[in-house]
Design a protein around this ligand. Structure first.
Ligand code: PLP
Length: 362
């Protein structure tokens, strides 16, 4: 890290190239392109595959707003379908009901780290000639049915926001298996310029051209240096989060007040978040009482279609996606990070049990 700060080259250069190479090796994909956030990764992927005005993109309402917002930024319309009750991931049985002649892409989100059923999603996409862009912001370490994130989609998008498994403060990346698309993404992330800063300043000056209209979404060397170090330890971090999740699962397995989402057989969840579901009419009170005990809880996420902008712009209302709404109204995320000790995890478990069992007082 210090070597980058002491160098003359803080913006996109060799360190970004090195991070992209190592991330591609880890993901076993052809190329990755470092960008400024998970949101810009989604936006650029849609643009690189020509998704735009008049197109519809099928996605889930159980996600962070970045997912559908990026579809709108690309000029297209997000079309939500409901999720599976066990995983909160896109329900593949409902996708075909939402396909119209305007549908251009499917944008599944591997929520909390559990991968969606990518084999089925790929089959549906192929039979309707659709593009698949994976929102893998939660799932760098994910695998399912022998497939890793990014192996069946046209692109997979990652976030390095501080709540993610590796972080550069802000940052993101796109994994693709197509060299031509990777080159287009490299230009789109930097205004559409024919040369990046490294090419312009490391050899005899050549005039650059602007070949397409791009954005200012490039990852810089400082971010890449922070990430390179963490990428080396990514499996160790994952292992610890897996242990904590197992502690939580064991503790709440037979709890009448608390349920949790399931990991799917033949899969490896990236275990980015552990969410419990509590009686929805008491959720907010339980959340506040846990906060009063000093437990760092959060809500990831309330169903997107019920947020004001989505209601007003697309006419969504309560009742259209009942499974997402129920999960969004009853979910609480528990603390989950590698430095959480067993004692702290036990304190969280006791806190949740005390608060949820004191029914009358809530
Ligand atoms: C599911 C999901 N998709 C996309 C994003 C966007 O990532 P970023 O904040 O890096 O733009 C997030 C961020 O939290 C997310 O949780």
């Amino acid at each position: 890290m210090v070597y980058v700060l002491n160098s003359h080259f803080l913006t996109t250069g060799k360190v970004v190239d090195e991070f992209e190479k190592r991330l591609s090796q880890y993901l076993r994909c052809k190329r990755t392109v470092g960008v400024s956030s998970g949101t810009s990764a989604l936006h650029l992927s849609l643009l690189a595959y020509g998704v735009g005005l008049g197109d519809e993109v099928i996605t889930t309402p159980m996600t962070f707003i970045a997912t559908p917002n990026s579809i709108i930024h690309a000029g297209a319309t997000p079309v939500f379908v409901d999720v599976e009750p066990e995983t909160a991931n896109l329900d593949t049985n409902l996708i075909e009901t939402a396909i119209t002649p305007k549908t251009k892409a499917i944008l599944p989100v591997h929520l909390y780290g559990q991968m969606c059923d990518m084999k089925t999603i790929r089959e549906i996409a192929d039979s309707y000639r659709l593009i698949v862009i994976e929102d893998a912001a939660h799932a760098i370490e994910g695998e399912r049915d022998g497939v890793k994130v990014g192996q069946l989609g046209e692109a997979a998008c990652f976030s390095f926001y501080p709540t993610k498994s590796i972080t550069s403060g802000e940052g993101g990346a796109i994994a693709v298996n197509n060299e031509e698309v990777a080159e287009r993404l490299r230009k789109l992330r930097l205004h559409g310029m024919s040369q990046g800063p490294a090419e312009r300043y490391s050899k005899r000056y050549e005039h650059w051209d602007m070949e397409m209209l791009g954005w200012k979404y490039n990852m810089d060397n400082i971010q890449a240096a922070l990430l390179l170090n963490q990428l080396e330890n990514i499996e160790k971090y994952w292992q610890r989060r897996e242990e904590i999740c197992r502690m939580y699962e064991e503790a709440f397995m037979d709890d009448p007040q608390v349920t949790y989402l399931k990991t799917v057989p033949d899969s490896r969840s990236a275990r980015l978040m552990f969410t419990i579901l509590v009686p929805l009419e008491k959720r907010d009170k339980i959340l506040w009482q846990l906060q009063e005990k000093g437990i760092g809880v959060a809500v990831n996420f309330r169903a997107v279609h019920l947020l004001t902008y989505y209601r007003q712009t697309y006419g969504y209302h309560r009742g259209v996606f009942p499974v997402s709404e129920r999960i969004g109204d009853s979910t609480i995320s528990l603390p989950l990070y590698p430095s959480l000790s067993d004692e702290e995890a036990e304190y969280v478990i006791k806190g949740v049990k005390d608060v949820t069992s004191s029914n009358g007082k809530i």
